[in-house]
Every structure is written in structure tokens, then in C-alpha cells.
Ligand binder design. Sequence first.
Ligand code: CUA
Length: 156
Amino acid sequence: MHIHKYEKVWLTFGGAALFVFLLTLGISAFHMGMHPASSMETIDPKKVAETAPFNEPGVKKVDEDTYEVTMIAKAFAYTPNEIQVPVGKKVIFRVTSQDVVHSFTIVDTNVNMMVVPGNISEKEYTFKEPGNYLIICNEYCGAGHHYMKTEIEVVQ
Ligand code: CUA
């Protein structure tokens, strides 16, 4: 069978591109540990309020350099509504939903996760600058979707 020269070039290019994409995906997933923020842990959405740590949502100090923020998303607000974390410390956000799909998006950061009922979404972030950061929902969740927001205060 005769394969035209240009076709060979394109086959080689296509094969090489596929190899590079799969290699990049493999390195980021297995070596760097990147994964979607959702679906790592599950929770009964009807029992969120009595399941730890969501029975006491808020900020907890894990150690000198690590804080954990537990939040519940529900149409159309986040609980607790006001949180304060220190600048320059690792903050682990753990969020779940009590009703429908929401999101937990901190504006001007790379924290942007879907919050799916039945799943606990988790994301780490270290704030480099103090100030007030806006948290919004960017998954359409009902008539009050555009009111669904809160603020996080990052202090020295
Ligand atoms: Cu919650 Cu949109």
C-alpha cells in the first residue's frame, strides 16, 4: 500500500501530538496530583447538618500553617456567611450542598469548584494579599442564583 508523503507527515504529527497530550495529562494527574475538586468524598445531602465537620461549619486551625474552612451551600447562601482567615497560610476549603448544584468561586483566584449535593468538594488556597474576597455561585441554581454570594476576609 502506498501512503503519500504528506499523509505520513500528518500521521507522525498526529501521533506525536497525542503522545504529548497524554504525557502532560499523566504527569499532572499522577506526578503532580491534580484532580477535579469534586467527588473525592461523599456525604448524605439530607444529613449535612448533623454530619461532621458540617455540623459545625466555619474556620478551624489545623496547625500553625494550615486552616480548614467548612462551608455549606444552599439556595441561595453560604453558611457561615462571614469568615476570616489569615494571609499567607494554607487554607483548605471543604464545601458541600444541601440541595442543588452550586459553585464555590473565589473571584480573582483559581478557586472555582462545583458543589454537588452528595459530594464534598475540596480545594487548597493560600491568600497572598490581605483584603476582602468575593465568593460567588456560578452554577445556575434557581431564581435567587444571582444573589448567592458571600465574602471572606483575609487578615494579617
Ligand atoms: Cu447557587 Cu447559583
